[in-house]
Write a protein that binds this ligand. Structure first.
Ligand SMILES: Cc1cc2nc3c(=O)[nH]c(=O)nc-3n(C[C@H](O)[C@H](O)[C@H](O)COP(=O)(O)OP(=O)(O)OC[C@H]3O[C@@H](n4cnc5c(N)ncnc54)[C@H](O)[C@@H]3O)c2cc1C
Length: 430
């Protein structure tokens, strides 16, 4: 491990475990009893957990299992729709986790978890054992929710809610839109990954259309009565896109209690529960979500489709040796974001290390910040600190809120959005 990271480990460890290290049993390097932690999923949650477990206790053997050789970040993926960033810039690889933090990387998918034997089976048939498992598989989609819309149909009507080829498909479709055409974004119901995401997406598509197809428009069809940072978004939309006027290039339609239930592919239309029909030249359908498939297969999800956890330790409510973090887990009221996944992963890393060393993990706190761009020079944000209150996660009063809505503030926030993205990537993967 590089010198700086050893110093960082010593510093962070000193803060996080003040008063408890001397009481801990430690696992010896090279000894037979070296603890084995396996992390499933190399997104913001899994990568951060793998890195910080190694930083907190370099004697622990950490294996990260992720089928992709490079990860494509969803954060900043909306920016590519406005041409502000090339899709290739979203790529981040696992080199630093391996070289700098000595995380062992297996490029495969976990096919099954045998929780009773604390064993994993990989898609290629190999298996491996763990003392503790950190599960961070992100989201899966509820393909039953919208009749006619499944994984295959998503290749024609992209959700682009897992960044990658779908994002690029959406870019191509928007570029091919006729002037005077209409992009229909079907937002998902709560809870879902990145609550402000659909509205940032609408803003940046509208921004691009304004330059290239000024008569085209974006319509957001929303199964919710309100949405994250709504006042700030609407203020920006009024400023740039004539929001609320007949000439508006962004329209938001709430269809609360009347969700989209059917896709009519031939007519490029979606139909709601009450039979209302909406059409678009480009359909960006973001379906309802739940925990990544492997979590459900392992019996770690509840009736809502997410993984309930004990927030203090991040342990699954259904298995004491499995910790679940990131979008797959239920940390409500913390939203499902990369920033939150990074924060949950650090709490989890601390708990995993302390539990393996026979120490009580310290009381956790979590952070979340979500930045959105409405235009290249117009950023907005929401932030919050969370702690436990009577065993449940609760916002710390007065510790967050939304950004100011003044020309000076939104210009500064645009710069912060870019810096926050770079810093988060670095903190999770480098
Ligand atoms: C358009 C958009 C914009 C966003 N913008 C922001 C933003 O600005 N800021 C922010 O904080 N958040 C943002 N988010 C949210 C953010 O992307 C997610 O909250 C974050 O990626 C969650 O991290 P995760 O590690 O839980 O899941 P993921 O990032 O999805 O990672 C899960 C990983 O697990 C792997 N995996 C799944 N199953 C298996 C298996 N069986 N075996 C092995 N590996 C497996 C997958 O390959 C994947 O790499 C945005 C999301 C979207 C869609």
């Amino acid at each position: 491990m590089a010198d700086w990271s050893r110093r960082r480990f010593l510093r962070t460890g000193a803060v996080a475990t003040a008063g408890s290290l001397s009481a801990c049993q430690t696992w010896t390097i090279g000894g037979a009893a070296r603890a084995r932690v396996v992390v499933v999923g190399g997104g913001f949650a899994g990568a951060t957990a793998a890195k910080f477990i190694r930083c907190y206790d370099p004697t622990i053997d950490v294996t990260l299992i992720e089928p992709k050789s490079a990860y494509i970040t969803c954060p900043a993926s909306n920016w590519t729709l406005a041409g502000l960033l090339k899709p290739a810039r979203l790529l981040v690889d696992y080199r630093d986790l391996v070289d700098r933090y000595q995380v062992r990387l297996i490029g495969d998918r976990v096919a099954a978890i045998d929780a009773d034997r604390r064993k994993l089976v990989l898609a290629d048939g190999d298996s491996l054992r763990y003392d503790r498992l950190v599960l961070a598989p992100g989201i899966d989609f509820d393909w039953q929710a919208i009749a006619g819309y499944d994984a295959e149909m998503a290749e024609r009507f992209p959700h682009a809610w897992q960044a990658g080829p779908q994002t690029e498909l959406l870019i191509r479709q928007i570029q091919a839109l006729p002037d005077g055409g209409r992009v229909l974004i079907c937002a998902p119901p709560d809870p879902y990954r990145c609550p402000p995401g659909p509205y940032e997406r609408a803003s940046l598509i509208a921004f691009w259309l304004k330059q290239h197809k000024p008569n085209a428009k974006v319509v957001i069809l929303d199964p919710k009565p309100s949405f994250s940072k709504q006042k700030l978004f609407e203020s920006g939309w009024r400023r740039y896109f004539g929001y609320g006027t007949p000439a508006a290039s962004i329209e938001w339609l709430s269809i609360a209690n009347n969700p989209v239930v059917r896709l009519e592919a031939a007519g490029r239309a979606v139909v709601t529960d009450f039979g209302d029909r909406f059409t678009g030249d480009v359909l960006n359908i973001i379906p309802p979500q739940r925990a990544g498939r492997i979590a459900a297969q392992a019996g770690l999800t509840d009736a809502g489709g997410w993984c309930p956890v004990d927030p203090w330790t991040s342990r699954s409510r259904f298995n004491e040796f499995i910790h679940v973090i990131g979008d797959a887990a239920d940390y409500a009221p913390i939203p499902k974001s990369a920033f939150a996944a990074n924060s949950e992963a650090k709490v989890c890393a601390r708990a995993v290390v302390d539990l393996l060393n026979g120490c009580p993990p310290p009381e956790p706190h979590w952070l979340n910040t979500c930045y959105s761009l409405i235009a290249p020079d117009h950023g907005i944000s929401v932030a919050m600190v969370y702690r436990l209150n009577a065993g449940r996660i609760a916002p710390v009063p007065g510790a967050g809120g939304v950004s100011a809505d003044s020309p000076a503030a939104v210009a500064l926030e645009a710069g912060y959005a870019v810096a926050a993205y770079r810093n988060l990537r670095k903190d999770s993967f480098e």
